[in-house]
Design a protein around this ligand. Structure first.
Ligand SMILES: C[S@@+](CC[C@H](N)C(=O)[O-])C[C@H]1O[C@@H](n2cnc3c(N)ncnc32)[C@H](O)[C@@H]1O
Length: 422
């Protein structure tokens, strides 16, 4: 099978395993090679595209002997489109690789020697799961799609097999609009999100409005639009919330596992603790369920539009014990962390870049009894865990969620407990 034309130096390699970033690791002629779109056990002819020190970044020229877990990628854009980089792997191999990637980051970056088991929640759908997307517009060539792999060129995508059906229909509609109107031509990208009422498109286009849409997750109703962050794979949100709040469930009726001897806040009946903070709270996905468990909840979020939705969602749920603040988390931490008072629980769900230094320093000043860290990047999670562990916390558990099938991306929820006496 030929996947790309050879450019310069051609090497024959065997892929040892998949690394963070989803690339295959191989060694040849004294070089470490990172090979894109590989499967563990593949024997490949590869070409080195670029060198960085002793590391070569390579692409496949020919699959000489396919890995037993290699399959034919079903998408015609695979290899060119920058969207999916795991379609060459069976579903089981994708999940194994994601767990390996998390383990590798925890071991190598966080320096955790004894790793807990990492259970994985499967996505209910391997395809047609993506309910939010950003499409790139090339107004010169009048094409719409995703960036090509490693470039800012737009890959013209007519059909995207990971989109939920409503978004596929919207993709086709926006493509027609792009051909027929000049309005789309002024744009560089378009954000879309699906909810119960239809699809929200930002910026709005003829026939496509920035609707406010909703989803009911568990017992909570969330309003949002394409102008604010909402998670991609809605089928996994109920178990994600359940896992993030696992340690603060009402049934246990007191902040469980607060190390014995630690001062425990008095608990109002029906709640499990006095105070919780939800950092990077978006439209309140975790803030609402937290407000049902704690007497006082503070959400902090940088996007004005997301905080408007979060406040509206709390109001709709008649939860008046939570306050949502529009601020960079690092700014809020610098101002409030040292004077906040006792904190039972802190949840953080930062973007891929992880928590800024000031945020980790703020968490260590707040010293919550328990932390739930929701992350979409195992490498930045591991970097931040290392600092939290050095600051007196123990990693209690880590669970993976296959939020982004067909890609190397993976969501995790890590629980940390404050060490007794620290
Ligand atoms: C991964 S999302 C999580 C949102 C929410 N917890 C959820 O699950 O829907 C990260 C959120 O952090 C916000 N954000 C990114 N950088 C931020 C910063 N420096 N300070 C505050 N909020 C930030 C984004 O607007 C986004 O809503």
């Amino acid at each position: 099978m030929t996947l790309a034309a050879p450019l310069e130096k051609i090497l024959e390699v065997e892929i040892e395993r998949l690394l963070p970033g989803g690339v295959g690791l191989a060694h040849a002629e004294g070089l470490t090679l990172f090979v894109s779109l590989a499967a563990p056990g593949d024997v490949l002819r590869v070409v080195i595209d670029r060198m960085q020190g002793k590391v070569g970044f390579a692409s496949i020229v020919e699959v000489l002997k396919p890995s037993p877990v290699r399959i034919e990628p079903p998408c015609p854009y695979f290899g060119r489109c920058g969207g999916c980089d795991f379609q060459q792997l069976t579903c089981e191999a994708q999940l194994n690789a994601k767990v390996e990637i998390i383990r590798d980051c925890l071991h190598r970056i966080a320096k955790i020697d004894t790793l807990p088991d990492i259970p994985v929640h499967h996505s209910p759908n391997q395809w047609h799961y993506r309910a939010r997307a950003m499409w790139q517009v090339d107004s010169n060539d009048k094409i719409l799609g995703y960036f090509e792999r490693g470039s800012n060129r737009v890959c013209d995508v007519e059909y995207c097999a990971v989109l939920v059906p409503e978004l596929q229909i919207t993709l086709e509609g926006v493509r027609n609009e792009l051909r027929e109107s000049t309005a789309v031509n002024r744009l560089s990208d378009i954000e879309v999100v699906a909810g119960n009422e239809g699809v929200s498109v930002a910026p709005p286009l003829a026939g496509f409005k920035t609707e406010i849409v909703s989803r009911i997750i568990g017992n909570e109703t969330y309003l949002f639009s394409a102008e604010a962050f909402f998670q991609i794979n809605h089928g996994l949100l109920e178990p994600l919330i359940a896992e993030a709040l696992r340690d603060v469930n009402r049934e246990e009726n007191a902040a469980p596992g607060i190390p014995s001897g630690e001062p425990r806040n008095e608990v109002r009946s029906g709640t499990v603790g006095k105070s919780a903070i939800d950092l990077y709270c978006g439209v309140g996905l975790f803030t609402l369920p937290l407000a049902r468990r704690f007497e006082r909840v503070i959400g902090v979020e940088g996007s004005e539009r997301a905080t408007e939705f979060a406040r509206r969602n709390l109001e709709f749920a008649k939860l008046n014990n939570a306050e949502v603040l529009t601020s960079r988390v690092s700014d809020w931490m610098k101002q409030h962390a040292r004077s906040f008072g006792p904190l039972d629980f802190l949840l953080l769900d930062p973007p891929r870049a992880g928590a800024e230094n000031a945020v980790v320093a703020g968490i260590l000043a707040l010293r919550p009894a328990r932390i739930a860290y929701v992350s979409c990047d195992p490498a930045t999670l591991a970097r931040d865990l290392k600092k939290l562990i050095a600051g007196g916390y123990t990693l209690n558990s880590i669970v993976a969620f296959d939020m982004f099938p067909q890609t190397h991306h993976v969501e995790t929820v890590a629980h940390l407990i404050l060490d007794p006496g620290s």
